[in-house]
Design a protein around this ligand. Structure first.
Ligand code: BTN
Length: 240
């Protein structure tokens, strides 16, 4: 993937701008970075607080030639890249909450929003990543500045992250199971955690039992049966 970084001062949402550019024909690897977003988007219609200089706000255009069942592994690969960056560059000990929130000490430091769109050149995935450099005034949030002893420089983070996302994206195309394995090695949510999953049909409680080949979360229910969660919010419950 040939990465090109386009920097903006203020923008509504880097995901929106990347989608606009993808619809206009921009190729894979174009990365939109902004100093601030006026309408940063989170998952499930939530907003993402994006004040000037407070974080990394970026979106990469991907044009995956993957089997559709593996598309959701793109966000898991991005979570692995953020995890490794925090661990290796900032000596932070993160965790990954299924599917792709990166946490430190139970508080969120990074969120990932991937959106699939149709363009005249076929399907594109807009991979948006927000990493807190300063802690936003939000419950359960933290930042690199709060967790690391090194200063965090936005442009360096962008370059390291985009390079690693490109590497893992290539790996995903060749070996999807490797991404699932990397995610499972890094996440305390992968195995043996008692969780509640909020589904449109109601809440389900169970013990996590790894991911399936598409990155869906397997849960062992109280009656011993297994169910698979493809989307939704998962919360840790106290062990019984
Ligand atoms: C989440 O809800 O956890 C996902 C948050 C994703 C935020 C990033 S910031 C850069 C990109 N542009 C957006 O509008 N959202 C994503």
């Amino acid at each position: 993937m040939d990465v090109r970084i386009l920097r903006y001062d203020t923008i509504d949402s880097t995901n929106n701008e990347a989608a606009k550019q993808a619809r206009g024909g921009a190729g894979e690897g174009l990365c939109i970075v902004a100093d601030e977003q006026s309408s940063g988007k989170g998952r499930q219609g939530r907003m993402w607080v994006s004040e000037r200089g407070s974080g990394v706000f970026l979106s990469i255009i991907l044009r995956p030639r993957l089997e559709a069942k593996y598309l959701s592994l793109i966000t898991l690969a991005a979570a692995v890249a953020v995890y490794d960056l925090l661990r290796d560059r900032f000596l932070i000990q993160p965790d990954i909450k299924w599917p792709n929130d990166v946490l430190v000490g139970g508080k969120k430091i990074c969120g990932i929003l991937a959106e699939a769109i149709e363009t005249r050149d076929g399907l594109a995935v807009i991979l948006g990543v927000g990493i807190n450099i300063r802690t936003p005034e939000q419950e359960n949030a933290t930042s690199i500045t709060a967790e690391a002893t090194f200063a965090a420089e936005r442009d360096e983070i962008v370059e390291l992250l985009v390079e690693d996302v490109a590497r893992l994206y290539k790996r995903l195309a060749a070996d999807p199971a490797a991404i699932v394995a990397m995610w499972q090695e890094r996440s305390s949510f992968a195995h043996g955690m008692r969780v509640k999953a909020a589904l449109p049909t109601g809440d389900v409680e169970g013990i996590t039992s790894g991911l399936d080949e598409n990155g869906a979360l397997r849960l062992k229910l109280r009656d011993g049966s297994l169910t698979t969660i493809h989307a939704g919010d998962v919360t840790q419950l106290r062990p019984m």
